[in-house]
Design a protein around this ligand. Structure first.
Ligand code: ZN
Length: 224
């Protein structure tokens, strides 16, 4: 198989919009909180789209925040110089909708209406099933002495090499991806193998990944 067909297979393995749409949600009452800062857990907002809403602070739901602390402690037991850096958490639904519409406009004309939904969803999660607007999803990497480990791509490099199981990155990069995946999953997060940095707790993707009866986080508005 050539590189393109391997990446097509990895993309086809990803959960579809239709599969996520069918996952029921029974919303819990957890609020959005700032991610705790500890010697092994930092957060630093990447991008500027959330600045008018949350400033430079990354928010997630309460239980997701607790589980990030757990993941950082698991990481520190392997090597105390390692820390988790969260670069994105909660995203306002209006921003997700704007991004979705932008890609929808770019791709319209290339697909039928049902195909278009799935095609856009592969590039940017459809707002009604997306994890970031629930406050359950995070984009995260591992630092050693404040420098990112080698993950084969930079975080937020939206290229096929960012598939967690890309065979076209070095062994070191793969083992670093798997170390991140391991501590996050042991803390209860579900991985998204289309982006090595994206994990979620409580959202539809999490419920689907672990075959649970439903999600516990729905799309939420930000309030302080
Ligand atoms: Zn993400």
């Amino acid at each position: 198989m050539n590189k393109q067909s391997i990446y097509q297979k990895l993309a086809a393995d990803a959960v579809s919009y239709e599969e996520l749409r069918r996952v029921p949600v029974t919303p819990c009452k957890e609020t959005l909180v700032k991610i705790p800062q500890t010697p092994n857990l930092y957060s630093k907002q990447f991008g500027d789209d959330m600045l008018p809403i949350t400033g430079n602070v990354v928010y997630v739901r309460q239980n997701a925040a607790r589980r990030l602390v757990t993941a950082s402690k698991l990481l520190a037991t392997q090597d105390p110089r390692l820390s988790l850096q969260v670069v994105y958490g909660y995203r306002a639904l209006s921003i997700q909708q704007r991004l979705y519409r932008k890609f929808e406009t770019e791709l319209s004309g290339q697909f039928s209406s049902t195909e278009l939904r799935e095609a856009v969803h592969r590039l940017i999660a459809s707002p009604d099933v997306a994890g970031h607007p629930t406050g359950g999803a995070v984009d995260i990497q591992i630092l050693r002495d404040d420098q990112p480990l080698d993950f084969g791509t930079k975080i937020w490099d939206f290229a096929p090499d960012s598939f967690t199981y890309s065979p076209f990155v070095s062994q070191l990069a793969t083992s670093n991806r798997l170390m991140l995946r391991d501590v996050m999953m042991r803390a209860g997060f579900a991985p998204f193998d289309g982006e090595w940095w994206h994990f979620s707790y409580g959202d539809k993707e999490w419920a689907y990944y672990y075959n649970l009866p439903g999600a516990i986080y729905d799309q939420i508005e930000f309030s302080r």
